[in-house]
Design a protein around this ligand. Structure first.
Ligand code: THU
Length: 142
């Protein structure tokens, strides 16, 4: 499912943006800093980091921060989103973030998995979230 990639210069602006914001992550409880950077159809890049809270469930993921910045700027349509953490195994967005990305993406939206050293691999949203809940389900409701 994950297409492991050789390091290249591609995705450089997403990598840089995720790396920069990840350093500001507020993760005193998990000590697991995450950065995310997404590109919209217009070419704009938005980034976010995880923001934990002493009331644990109130913490937010890096992807949620990047999506909030995108929406606040009046944009949508996620073409690709890079997620960066320091981990032996490349991290993928949690279930809730897959649904959040789905709100502004398509099954073809590319999810790029990275560490501070560079891109590790990529996978599509359709592969990570098959059978997702969509607006079509709402319209089908009685
Ligand atoms: N986290 C993210 O920000 N994004 C992910 O894709 C996975 C997990 C955060 C949530 C929490 O602050 C920390 O990583 C450990 O779960």
């Amino acid at each position: 499912m994950i297409n492991f990639l050789q390091p290249t210069g591609d995705h450089m602006s997403l990598l840089d943006a995720a790396k920069r914001v990840r350093e500001n992550a507020h993760a005193p409880y998990s000590e697991f800093k995450v950065g995310a950077a997404l590109r919209t159809a217009s070419g704009a890049v938005f980034a976010g980091c995880n923001v934990e809270n002493v009331a644990y469930p109130e913490g937010t993921c890096a992807e949620a921060g990047a999506i909030a910045a995108m929406v606040a700027a009046g944009q949508g349509d996620i073409v690709e989103i890079l997620v960066m953490a320091e981990s032996d195994v490349p991290i993928t967005p949690c279930g809730g973030c897959r649904q959040k990305i789905s709100e502004f993406g398509t099954p073809e939206t590319v999810i790029i998995l990275a560490s501070p050293l560079g891109v590790i691999g990529e996978v599509t949203l359709g592969e990570l979230l098959p059978g997702s809940f969509t607006p079509a389900h709402l319209k089908g409701a009685k």
